[in-house]
Design a protein around this ligand. Structure first.
Ligand code: PGA
Length: 250
């Protein structure tokens, strides 16, 4: 069964106290069950506290990254096992900001995905093209290479524990959103790649989120498309009412 998901990505925002306040507010707003799964992606330092706070509610917690090494002398890194031990269920991986600013390439992301899965975390794996790549009509080629480079090595069973997020880089934090037709076109293409690799059923069951300036105004239109199964929300996930309105789009 394909899951509908609205996931927040707080990025490097909110002190621990501010994050706890936001999660508390959201939890009280979501006392009746929404029509989708709700995930909040928080910085590492918030994870344990927020996971405890939302326990028993509809909200699940995601890390925004994990290390590409199992354990040991890697000062400042946080392993997938550590993330799992906080009570988090998901881990955002391959976000374009990590690819661009921290030089995370296909091989590094492949390791991170494997370690996340091996430690019982579900990766939310982000893919998407740059503005120049879209202008050159290369978006399909780019997302295909990103999938082949980091996740198409997985078995069908492993792959079914992954959530994909298509996030055109030109739409992230810019206020420019892909139109719902642009999103649908590439989501359908991504699903066809999954079908070619893993078969029709795995593709049918795969959750593919849209991310990039998705907000309370455009979510309903985007989510109305058959291959758009929810959103990965940056800016608008930092304000409880806005995030709740996106969840209510389902
Ligand atoms: P945005 O970010 O909603 O602020 O554009 C989305 C993301 O980077 O996941």
């Amino acid at each position: 069964m394909r899951k509908k998901i609205v996931a927040g990505n707080w990025k490097m925002n909110k002190t621990l106290q501010e994050g706890v306040a936001l999660a508390t507010e959201l939890k009280s707003m979501l006392s009746s069950k929404p029509n989708c799964e709700v995930i909040i992606g928080t910085p590492f330092i918030h994870l344990a506290t927020v996971a405890e706070l939302v326990k028993g509610s509809v909200i699940k917690v995601a890390a925004e990254n994990c290390a590409d090494k199992e354990s040991g002398a890697f000062t400042g890194e946080v392993s997938a096992a550590m993330v799992k031990s906080t009570g988090a269920d998901y881990c955002i991986l391959g976000h374009s900001e990590r690819r661009a600013y921290y030089h995370e390439d296909y091989a590094i992301l492949k390791e991170k995905v494997l370690l996340a899965l091996r430690n019982g975390l579900k990766p939310i794996f982000c893919i998407g093209e740059l503005k120049e790549e879209r202008e050159a009509g290369k978006q399909n080629e780019v997302v295909k290479a990103q999938l082949e480079g980091s996740v198409f090595n997985l078995s069908a069973e492993e792959f079914s524990n992954i959530v994909l997020a298509y996030e055109p880089v030109w739409a992230i934090g810019t206020g420019l959103t892909a139109t719902s037709d642009q999103a649908e076109e590439i989501h359908a293409y991504i699903r066809s790649l999954i079908a070619a690799k893993y078969g029709k059923q795995v593709a049918e069951d795969a959750t593919i989120l849209y991310g990039g300036s998705c907000n309370d105004k455009n979510a309903k239109e985007l989510f109305s498309k058959p291959d758009v199964d929810g959103g990965l929300i940056g800016g608008a996930s930092l304000v409880a009412e806005k995030f709740k309105a996106i969840i209510d789009a389902f």
